[in-house]
Design a protein around this ligand. Sequence first.
Ligand code: GLC
Length: 462
Amino acid sequence: MLRRTFLRTAGALSAAPFAPRLLAALPPASATPAAAPRLAPRFGDGRDWWFEKRFGLFVHWGLYALEGWHEQDQWRRRIPRADYVKLAARWNPAQFNPDAWIDAAESAGMRYLCFTAKHHDGFCLFASRYTSYHSGNTPARRDHVRDLAAACQRRKFPLCLYYSIADWHHPAYPNQGRHHELPPQPGDTPDLSKYVEYVKAQVRELCTDYGELHGFWWDMNVDRHVDRSVNALIRELQPKAVINDRGFDAGDFGTPERDYTKEGAPVPVFEKRTEACQSIGMESWGWRTDEDYYTDRHLFRSIARYLARDANYLLNVGPLPDGSLPEVARGFLARTGAWYRLVHEALEGTVPAPHLTANRDVLLTRRGDTLYVILHTDPRGDAVKLKPLALLPRRATLLNTGAPVACSLALVPSEHGDQGRFLRLTGLPVNALANTVLVAKLDFDRLPESVAPVRHSGVSNA
Ligand code: GLC
């Protein structure tokens, strides 16, 4: 006799879609694995733009682009400071055009930008009053942050500024030969509190003289020095600015980087606000002539993996010394956009729904009665089993092509143990579209809040 596993709804769900209704129904912390996950806390103020615009462009650009090797050229190739600073005399990026950067970001489907105002080399891409080591004192005679901020504000494209705390030029920064630091430099006068005053003066300058900013992206606090007054200053001057966790206090959000950060890998949803970052180049964030590049598939999976779990994502490119984007970067962004435009509805304005299946080879997101199935791992076959979900959608579409997806509730041989008939997507074009991330859209008449867990784990293709 057939024994069926029934799908149990957690309560009546109105047909009205979208997150707020679902959020209100979220279970308490003691939730069983079958319950909807908790999302990262929203700010409830002007910073919430960040939850609307989840995918951004990271840009690493500075003197190091001239050598085309790595943004940490000075340190990683042991270049004496006295030699490195000579690059400033060659800085004259005739093709720098912020609108072209924003165009390229938009071509990828990105909706904000984060720019290196000052990297570890200490060279400022803005005409600071507090150092002469800046782009205004080069043949370029430009304040690049000003030009970029003006374009971003004109185009309503949020701009965040990256700022390195480690500094290989400022005499007060205590370079001691720790990681991402030079050895002690002759003539320097290391004094951390004096250096932090310099940082605060530049923060005030950046947050006052450049119009509205949307974020401050700290990096490399080697001392792990705590000083809450620095972020407090940003918050006072730029209330919409989101601040990352690499500064002088915990800030607003975590920053898993590349694939190094493994803690985030298995979590069904990020309960802490998170913005992952990754570069198209495998070795460098700045322009590198001899760069090795990730595959499109690797990057698309990485993007999908964070966006589908309530996190943001910054994808980085390094412009050429003349300010233009290398063809290879434009190609990546265009290909990313071609994919993202088709599937973004699964990744923005949705809530993660990992509790609706036991299959961890896919990620699920939902918007009301629509469920999205994201194939974020290498598909081992052309079917996806969504056990214990046991409901047929009204319509199923592969977003990548617009073609219908066949769905079935038939008993499959591997499920003979509990005789379950679970939702299965079949005949997916996994070979033809092997170099991308497939996303299926399933429209249900009524998609439940949760499903009853089943005895077997239900790993796909079991
Ligand atoms: C790493 C790199 C640094 C880069 C940063 C971006 O920390 O060392 O150069 O700016 O990643 O997240």
